[in-house]
Design a protein around this ligand. Sequence first.
Ligand code: PLP
Length: 376
Amino acid sequence: MDYSKIPSPCYVLDEGLLRRNLELIRSVQERSGVEIILAFKAFAMWRVFPIIREYIRHSTASSLAEARLAFEEMGSPAHSYAPAYSDSEFGGIMQCSSHITFNSLSQFSRFYPQTIGKNISCGLRINPEFQSVGVDLYNPCTPGSRLGVTADLLDEKLPEGVEGLHFHTLCESSSYDLEATLRVVEEKFAKFFPHIKWLNMGGGHLMTRNDYDVEHLVSLLKAFKAKYPHLHIILEPGSAFVWQTGVLVSTVLDIVENGGIKTAMLDVSFSCHMPDCLEMPYKPAIRNAFDPVPGKPVYRMGGNSCLSGDFYASWSFDKELQVEDRIVFEDMIHYTMVKTTMFNGVTHPSIGIWTKDERFQLIRRFGYEDYKSRMS
Ligand SMILES: Cc1ncc(COP(=O)(O)O)c(C=O)c1O
């Protein structure tokens, strides 16, 4: 990428890298005989849906807005799941969905009757109570979790009308985590399998990460399919689609110093534009920077909101930073654009594509009207 051609700040999706991930995902889908769909909650940059549609057809929605986006921009009805549906939105969700998964038995019995005769396949989210995610914020199986129906709440038979089961327990996980989870899911829920048509294994399958054992995933899924040939298996990863497919380009606006700590003040904000860094928390990679090294200049990166904690520490660079220098945050495509805010009215990064023929294409710039129209 030629950063001099890119306005700052800007999220830049690299089309070539996106296609590489899509190819891998399509090949897993074809070789294992399962269906892989895109979870919009991780990535919903609809201008590239035509590219995504070259490889996969469906998506999963967690709200009416995402279901409409599936219907209108992805061009296919959504597999919807939300922790709770409301009367006011459920009609719209039905219009845009082929599958609707309910988080609880009470939501199922309240809304299922409305779906009858509408060509919608209904499912239940189950909670296998098997923890494989270390960070509680991202772990749907913590004790007391509000997500999914636990085995003890189900009778010998599923309620009339349940055609599928859905579990989502993984986060940036390996195929071995899936294998361990499947063992528990089978132990607790396989008695229902003869009575359902599909099983959705949720997201968190990070099959595009370098060290992911793709062959193991394919053989695991094939063996599972062979055991339950009547089940349509669905995986709905989000991060895996856009893992390491682009950057957030930013610029140093100022350098301040306090108590011997130098902070590079940027035209982006961790709080507004990279929220997972503070939530998880995790230290993002910066191109051409590394963990502090004695003898090299060291800087904190400071966000441009007034939140005191809107900074991250600390990186070394080969030479002193200067105002106007570009700071390029790696892997900033998943769970960023979908989560950003305009807190403080800070300038929202533009969105662009670095095309496969090495051109920068600006697809969205945000301005005062975007900020203003969120409120009244
Ligand atoms: C129900 C459900 N499906 C799919 C996903 C996508 O997960 P990931 O982006 O980790 O693959 C999530 C993420 O939170 C989720 O809650």
